[in-house]
Design a protein around this ligand. Structure first.
Ligand code: BGC
Length: 804
């Protein structure tokens, strides 16, 4: 029997209490099971660049331990391979690992758009471009799911910053929402068919994503036809009635309390319909049935194979940014200096929920030695970025003198790439920049290797001859990096996000740092902005060098009656060794009535070529390649006119192009030229969008959220309530408690200090791993709202229960 019908049948046998139990986690990672109906309690775990199965739950979220697993390069890296096959293989390997540890669903991939280069979780996301994000995510999802394990595409949607992440209201005009923020998810969900989707913490246009009927019920389910389960992000449900009505099926996590009884009460009182709960339960049971069926699929788990794959992804994702005088590849026989602590203690992943406990970590220094290199090493700088250490610097300078080549390993410090925090700037720590400067004075043969999952400013780039970006490269980044530096492998990754010259060049930075985050730049995100506004960047989207050279030729386009376009090009390797080129296809609409990006990526392909080899690449562009989202008809439409199809090696390096005429849909194209001129003159004057202009493209009054609204709710933050006596008292207790928990941990204290004011009360249960119970938090909110007796009674009762 089809799993859906089976799920319907099982649901019909459940009592209301059993149904409600299924709608909320049993604990942090498991769902409730129902033994009598052979519904096991399935396990859900974090990832997604490796499995993070927590086995020992700590006192609080910072203390838990997870089982060891292979740490793959993070999302930034996998996207930079531009290789769907590799993303599929990585997904498949992680699926195998899940099978070996009996995990039913891995929480990922993260498919949010990199809107701000400083977002603390950018390393977990693929790209600033929705097409690459969607394609790579879909491949990863398919890979995992071939193993009978589910995925959870996250965070649905517009979770583009960590500042205020649990409360921020992302205000996005409909066109940008569709073309930028939803469109990658749409590709990933329609092509990848993830078993689950995770709603984001933030609000979009006034409503929490977990209470957003338009996003979940209307777009995801009705329009895209998504049939899977939607779960909340951890602690992301504000009002479970609203969440269920908006299409969230499962609230995570749970605390083994009797919370489900509240859901049951709501159904009994008619506040929530039985039908909504039934639908949710059917999806939850269907998920469990998929898991059970998945267990029948044979799988293998070969650790060495997995580790080799992690290394391959590191090699294929690293981007050669600069190679003056062909300083690279280096040579094993050279007299080598390796400088920088990251050469021995590499940054391989970011911090937060995605952090895996790596089964293996190698490093570049050891890999040089294994290759028989004559290497002198010095750490060069202290990891305490504020500490300027003259002794370390001098030691490095003494070593690099008279060396044939100097490899300096630098990187973004780990405390800057952390879930919950955005970076404060985009520069390397001063002591690392200074090291590059001082070394360049004594040795010109300088190659800088950058570890990090997000862009940095590189004012120092003229001081070195070579730059290799190795991202957060996972368990085998050491060998991967050295293979590239010594030329055993040829770099073939390209940037999946722009590296601007300065953070100030990024338009969204102008309006960042607000709880009402107005996405005034609209569709002009990443290269869509820099390229259209003609802002010079350090390294453009799609850029990356190779040790060989490629030639593009013979562009042939056949335009069919149904507006599909068959495209054919030849790509040849003209250099002296094998290499891989990533061909990119951008489409530009000439003479549009809309404000439009100068170019949009519509296709990419990685091609492997032996020395002297040529290959013909064929692909089709369909009408979708020319579409835009029409905010008047609320539909995708094609504007009639000439389009330029450009075959490129980066978004700035167009190799071949041709014009074609596309017949438009018979619909008026909305024109905002008079009301919102800034969007149209983006290449002529500084891009500074006035409030009225944004209101005009938004289509009316902005859905702003007001601070300090009473009555307080479980969603109010410490800051919101600090104006009351009770609030002040509680805030000081919480701060004190946090300080005690943190002890001397600098990183934790930074995170807590920055975030504590903005934490909604609902997250206290999660942070304390359920010790602070839901009822306690409700009692606390009652107390703040002046229902002193009830509040205190409820809180005391909970404290008493805790003691017992
Ligand atoms: C993160 C999710 C993660 C979940 C479970 C949340 O804080 O936003 O990405 O999957 O926690 O750890």
């Amino acid at each position: 029997m089809n799993l859906h019908y089976k799920a319907v049948e099982i649901t019909s046998k459940l009592t209301l209490e059993e149904k409600c139990k299924l709608c909320v986690g049993k604990n942090f990672w498991q769902l409730y099971g129902i033994d009598s109906l052979e519904i096991p309690s399935i396990w859900i775990s974090d990832g997604p660049h490796g499995l993070r199965k927590e086995v020992v739950l700590g006192e609080d979220i910072f203390n838990s331990k997870s089982e060891k697993s292979v740490c793959f390069p993070t999302a930034t890296a996998i996207a930079s391979t531009f290789d769907e096959n590799l993303a599929f293989k990585m997904g498949k390997s992680i699926g195998e690992e899940c099978r070996s540890k009996d995990v039913a669903v891995i929480l990922g991939p993260g498919c949010n758009i990199k809107r701000l280069p400083i977002c603390g979780r950018n390393f977990e996301y693929f790209s600033e471009d929705p097409y690459v994000s969607g394609k790579i995510a879909a491949a990863y999802v398919k890979g995992v799911q071939t193993q009978g394990v589910g995925t959870s595409i996250k965070h649905f949607i517009a979770n583009n910053q960590e500042r205020y992440r649990m409360i921020v209201n992302s205000i996005i005009d409909e066109r940008a929402l569709r073309e930028i923020y939803l469109s990658g998810m749409e590709i990933a969900i329609k092509e990848g068919k993830p078993w689950t989707v995770m709603s984001a913490y933030n609000r979009v246009n006034g409503d929490y994503c977990s209470e957003n009927n338009v996003l979940i019920n209307e777009i995801l389910r009705n329009e895209w036809g998504y049939r899977g389960l939607v779960m909340s992000d951890w602690g992301g449900v504000n009002n479970f009635r609203k969440s269920h009505k908006s299409g969230v099926d499962l609230e995570m996590p749970g605390y083994d309390d009797d919370y489900y009884k509240e859901i049951k009460g709501s159904v009994e009182s008619g506040e929530l319909s039985q039908e909504i709960i039934d639908k949710a339960v059917i999806r939850i049971i269907e998920l469990v049935l998929k898991y059970k069926k998945g267990k029948e699929i044979p799988y293998t788990f070969d650790l060495q194979e997995q580790i080799n794959l992690a290394q391959k992804i590191c090699e294929e994702s690293s981007v050669l940014l600069k190679n003056e005088d062909n300083i690279l590849p280096g040579n094993r026989k050279q007299n080598i200096a390796v400088i920088g602590i990251y050469a021995r203690i590499p940054r391989i992943q970011g911090l937060g929920s995605s952090e895996v406990n790596p089964i293996e970590i190698d490093n570049a220094y050891d890999a040089f030695i294994e290759n028989g290199c004559d290497v002198s090493y010095a750490p060069g700088y202290s990891l305490n970025e504020n500490k300027y250490d003259e002794k370390l610097l001098q030691e490095a300078i003494n070593i690099v003198k008279n060396k044939d080549i100097v490899y300096v390993f630098v990187g973004i410090p780990k405390e800057q790439e952390w879930e919950g925090l955005d970076r404060k700037n985009m520069i390397l720590p001063i002591n690392q920049e200074n090291l590059i400067k001082e070394i360049s004075k004594v040795n010109k043969n300088l190659v800088v290797i950058i570890q990090g999952g997000a862009p940095i400013e590189m004012q120092w780039s003229d001081l070195c001859k070579g730059i290799l970006l190795t991202h957060l490269g996972g368990s085998r980044s050491g060998h991967g990096t050295v293979n590239l530096l010594l030329g055993y492998k040829n770099p073939c990754g390209k940037l999946c996000e722009t590296y601007p010259i300065s953070l100030n060049d990024c338009p969204s930075m102008k309006w960042y740092q607000n709880k009402n985050e107005k996405y005034k730049e609209s569709i002009f995100v990443g290269y869509r902005y820099y390229d259209t506004a003609k802002i010079k960047v350090k390294y453009p989207f799609g850029y990356g060098l190779s040790y060989t050279t490629f030639e593009y030729s013979n562009l042939i386009m056949k335009h069919n009656e149904d507006d599909t376009v068959n495209v054919k090009i030849t790509i040849s390797n003209r250099g002296k060794r094998q290499g891989k080129e990533i061909i990119q296809v951008y489409v530009s609409c000439l003479n549009s009535l809309l404000y439009r990006a100068n170019k949009e990526l519509k296709y990419f392909k990685k091609v492997d070529l032996e020395q002297g080899q040529s290959k013909t690449i064929k692909f089709n562009l369909n009408r979708d390649a020319f579409k835009y989202y029409n905010v008047e008809t609320h539909n995708w439409q094609v504007e009639g006119g000439y389009y330029k199809v450009q075959i490129a090696s980066s978004c700035e390096d167009i190799q071949l192009s041709k014009l074609i005429y596309i017949t438009g849909d018979k619909v008026k194209t909305p024109d905002f030229k008079h009301k919102s001129p800034s969007y149209y003159s983006i290449d002529k004057k500084e891009f500074n969008v006035g409030e009225e202009e944004f209101i005009s493209i938004y289509g009316g009054k902005l859905p702003l959220i007001k601070d300090n609204i009473r009555p307080f709710t479980i969603n109010s933050t410490i800051k919101d309530v600090e104006s009351t006596f009770g609030g002040k008292l509680i805030a000081s207790i919480i701060r004190k408690k946090a300080e005690e928990t943190i002890g001397n941990d600098e990183m934790l204290s930074m995170m807590v200090n920055e975030n504590i004011d903005d934490l909604p009360f609902r997250t206290f249960m999660m942070i304390t791993r359920g010790k602070m119970s839901r009822k306690f938090v409700y009692g606390f909110v009652d107390f703040l709202n002046g229902r002193y007796v009830k509040g205190i009674k409820d809180m005391m009762k909970e404290l008493k229960n805790l003691k017992e």
